[in-house]
Design a protein around this ligand. Structure first.
Ligand SMILES: *[C@@H]1O[C@H](CO)[C@@H](O)[C@H](O)[C@H]1NC(C)=O
Length: 306
């Protein structure tokens, strides 16, 4: 009996020593776990944080009821092949609605606006501002194909720390002086929560609220939700942000990327090479995407290709 007892006691003692050792081993492993060490390093060296891109490496697409045709799929696959670090998401009418309802529960007026917009193209316009505001990343229309410069190299390195939004002229050179210089919206890149995008969103909310029956259907889409709306909103917001006025003369006939506040404005040749007419020698940078004007905002397919 006594032997049995002492046997049990010594086993207990061994178990408890083993338990203590195990406990401290786990504690040490947890304490010096690489993830924790990385976190500590980040806290100690804030500059390391800038290694993670501010603008999420994600490309957003939206398809209509007909889905994606072969040509659009080819362009999309080519862009993803050229940018292997990028993820992509293709929203449908249904998932777009879910996205809006889910992410804008805190702004019911935005949800109401989305559902009040009468034309698919209005919603497609509005949706890109909403997605980029919530998630950030890069919006591509379906009729955009990538050229050879990787997306991660689009923002000039000297602007990377500041840049929260990247846009490009649609019409800038070769349209005379009286043209309304508009920023294209088929390719827009943003950090989440850009105040400039919120300005555009709020402007559309206001415009819808102020519309009478029929106004919206008859409005010029480019003006109501499209590139002109976007251009006015971004510049208005920028002027507020920099507490000054933008020198429009200084940013027209743009031949190199320009940083204005936290917005990088790209020349017409970057996203819209085919519709700007430069003098020989003026184009000093690459075309980044090609816009195929396949759908056009005027058609009955909501800006999609038929
Ligand atoms: C904005 O600029 C005006 C005049 O240039 C100046 O009086 C004002 O204090 C500025 N506001 C802020 C918030 O910097």
């Amino acid at each position: 009996m006594a032997m049995l007892l002492s046997y049990h006691l010594s086993r207990l003692a061994k178990l408890s020593i083993a338990g203590t050792i195990t406990f401290w081993c786990i504690a040490l492993i947890v304490y010096f776990h690489p993830a924790r060490l990385t976190t500590l390093a980040h806290i100690e060296k804030p500059s390391d944080i800038s290694q993670t891109p501010k603008i999420p490496e994600k490309i957003w697409y939206k398809v209509g009821p007909k889905g994606q045709n072969d040509q659009a799929r080819e362009w999309m696959e080519d862009c993803l092949r050229k940018n292997p670090a990028y993820r992509s998401e293709i929203l449908t009418d249904h998932t777009a609605e879910l996205f809006v309802k889910e992410h804008f529960a805190f702004r019911p007026d935005i949800i109401e606006t989305y559902f009040a917009l009468p034309l698919p193209i209005h919603q497609a316009d509005f949706l890109r501002y909403l997605i980029l505001f919530i998630e950030g990343g890069i919006w591509f229309d379906l009729d955009v194909s990538c050229e050879d410069t990787p997306i991660s190299d689009w923002i000039p390195s000297e602007f990377k720390d500041e840049a929260n939004l990247l846009v490009g002229w649609e019409f800038d050179v070769g349209w005379g002086e009286r043209v309304f210089r508009q920023i294209q919206t088929w390719t827009v890149m943003a950090v989440p929560r850009s105040r400039h995008l919120l300005r555009v969103i709020d402007d559309i909310v206001d415009a819808v609220r102020e519309s009478q029956d029929g106004d919206m259907v008859n409005a010029d889409v480019v003006d109501f939700t499209g590139p002109r709306r976007f251009t006015r909103g971004v510049f208005k917001s920028l002027e507020l942000a920099i507490n000054g006025t933008i020198d429009y003369h200084g940013i027209s006939h743009l031949l190199a990327p320009r940083l204005i506040g936290d917005v990088v404005l790209m020349p017409g040749y970057s996203f819209s090479a085919s519709v700007n007419k430069y003098d020989a020698g003026d184009v000093v940078g690459p075309s980044l995407v090609k816009h195929h004007y396949a759908g056009s905002w005027k058609n009955q397919y909501g800006g999609e290709m038929p």
